[in-house]
Ligand binder design. Sequence first.
Ligand SMILES: [Zn+2]
Length: 235
Amino acid sequence: MLIVATKKTKKSVKRKNSPRANPRISQNGTRFAGAAAHLAEIGKSFHARGWVLGTSGNFSAVISREPLRLAITSTGLDKGSLTPAQFLEMNEAANVVRGDGRPSAEALLHLAIARGVNAGAVLHTHSVWSTVLSGSHASQGGIALEGYEMLKGLADVRTHKHREWLPILENSQDMVELADHVSKTLSEIPGIHGFLLKEHGLYTWGAGLQEAKRHVEILEFLMEVLVRSGAAQSA
Ligand SMILES: [Zn+2]
């Protein structure tokens, strides 16, 4: 009798951790698959626009808030041929809990943004425009975007008269230090929609993937306008 009881207990423990018996694990799996497919499409479209050439850029989406879980690009991938299988699920310590490969070195920045502004998705590009402007305006600490109709594409912006401040942070290969700097910037300048890393690229986010994608398109458009209209030279 005792042996039977022990077996039953083991079986029930095993079942508890299986996706079928634990709705939360199963739900995460479905969300992860959906996010990975959507992120792969977004990544390919950004590559086609020239915003993530080489293996540059990385993309993530929050698939669970408690505990924090993100679907994120594996490192070193050609973004022009991204597939859903090249995404990982990572936890709040940037450890992989689903999928093969390593998360990008910048995974800590994605986590800082997901926490700092409660973002549902974080997208990072390395465009020519952001590289040029973040270099030319670095001494000013950021770029002011004002008077453009396209600003209305940013969440909660209703008029072209809105003044959007795009801070420029010093670039670093020390991701722990850089993630701290990002967290500090997000808490000190509430309401921003993105920031630049000097001569590196743009980080922006949104409540969900669709909004984050829109923010990349709007901010990349406005930075291209500034460079083409000569703002980089006059800075
Ligand atoms: Zn980068």
